[in-house]
Design a protein. Structure first.
Length: 135
């Protein structure tokens, strides 16, 4: 009887736990956006990486951050190697790279990009160009 009662309670409260988890995740996104608003300047340019190992929708996450911070989102760049990535970053004068979950730059960025923000809850890392970008 005890295990049946526990199962009944778990079934009845599951929607509340799911709602709480969803709310907490969105709360973390809003909190990250507030923190990044203090770092980013309006109209600066951001990108995210598109990798096979990425979890979830990095495009949607980064679009939300761009909207809340006033930055311009130049979409996801498929990461193959740093030389090709560097070409795209230079062409579009990108100021920041947002790395979500398992995304990473596997190669040495030769001091070109510095990690300036880490949020372990999401998880999110932001890299900033170490070279001044002229608009």
């Amino acid at each position: 009887v005890d295990s049946s009662l526990r199962q009944l309670v778990a079934t009845a409260t599951h929607p509340f736990h799911q709602l709480d988890e969803t709310y907490q995740l969105h709360k973390d996104y809003f909190s990250a956006a507030d923190s990044l608003r203090k770092i980013f300047k309006a109209e600066e340019r951001i990108i995210s990486l598109k990798e096979k190992i990425s979890l979830g929708d990095n495009y949607g996450r980064t679009s939300f951050i761009a909207f809340k911070t006033g930055t311009k989102y130049f979409g996801q760049i498929k990461y193959q190697n740093f030389i090709q990535l560097e070409d795209s970053l230079n062409r579009y004068r990108i100021n920041y790279i947002l790395l979500w979950r398992n995304d990473s730059l596997k190669e040495n960025t030769q001091g070109r990009w510095k990690r300036i923000y880490v949020n372990e809850k999401l998880p999110l890392q932001v890299l900033k160009s170490a070279i001044s970008i002229i608009p």
